[in-house]
Design a protein around this ligand. Structure first.
Ligand SMILES: [Zn+2]
Length: 231
């Protein structure tokens, strides 16, 4: 293991030396999304800007090698072309195991990484107030805004609550992973907000007419199933 790590280090050093010889710069771009990198040409310097997620030696090598070959075959200023051709030949001499499909494997890996990141961000970034406004418009509820709206952990069969006195809506954290069911529960709580004042004290909240209104929501059945599974 140790030996192969050293070998990799030597290869990496050689590789960097070659890059230096041809006024090639490599810079890491932290904000690059979904793309592995790009190549730019200016003042006779060729710059590879790389996605920060390809910091690994093998990854850098794969990208630079593939892009060098690719750039030679595109319309380029002759000076750059000559430089890239020489660079390509030197890289080949390094004799590092490589085939073109490595490039696409790397591309897929980066893409997956960003997809997962986006999913995670979406999950944690559900803006309840935004959802509230969307539902309000979609179902023409004509409600004013609540004083507060936020997530909290509930248990059992409770997935949301509307507090009349505080004019506040709280939604169960369990629904963060199920945006459609969350939308339905929020709609349900908003119906409470809308019709609560019309219901006499101690009367059942979930009346027959209330349930009819609930069923208007396109994800009514789906959400009921999700909640049943979460209990
Ligand atoms: Zn209810």
């Amino acid at each position: 293991m140790e030996e192969s790590k050293n070998e990799t280090m030597i290869e990496y050093k050689k590789f960097r030396e070659i890059l230096k010889k041809y006024s090639i710069k490599i810079s890491i771009r932290p904000r690059m999304k979904k793309s592995l990198g790009n190549v730019s040409f200016s003042n006779l310097i060729i710059t590879f800007k790389l996605n920060k997620n390809i910091e690994d030696y093998k990854d850098i090598y794969t990208y630079v090698r593939y892009m060098t070959k690719y750039c030679i075959n595109t319309k380029l200023n002759l000076v750059y072309k000559v430089k890239l051709k020489k660079l390509y030949q030197e890289i080949i001499k390094l004799n590092i195991e490589y085939n073109d499909s490595d490039y696409f494997i790397l591309q897929n890996r980066i893409l997956k990484l960003y997809e997962e990141k986006e999913k995670k961000e979406y999950k944690n970034n559900i803006n309840l107030l935004e959802e509230y406004i969307k539902i309000n418009n979609q179902f023409e509820l004509k409600l004013d805004l609540p004083n507060e709206i936020y997530f909290r952990k509930f248990n059992g069969r409770v997935f949301g609550k509307f507090y009349t006195k505080d004019n506040k809506i709280v939604i169960d954290k369990r629904l963060e992973e199920f945006p459609r069911a969350l939308n339905f529960v929020l709609y349900h709580e908003m119906l409470h907000k809308k019709y609560h004042s019309n219901i006499k004290r101690r009367m059942k909240f979930h009346t027959k007419s209330f349930k009819e209104l609930e069923k208007i929501h396109p994800d009514y059945q789906y959400s009921k199933d999700i909640m049943r599974n979460l209990i």
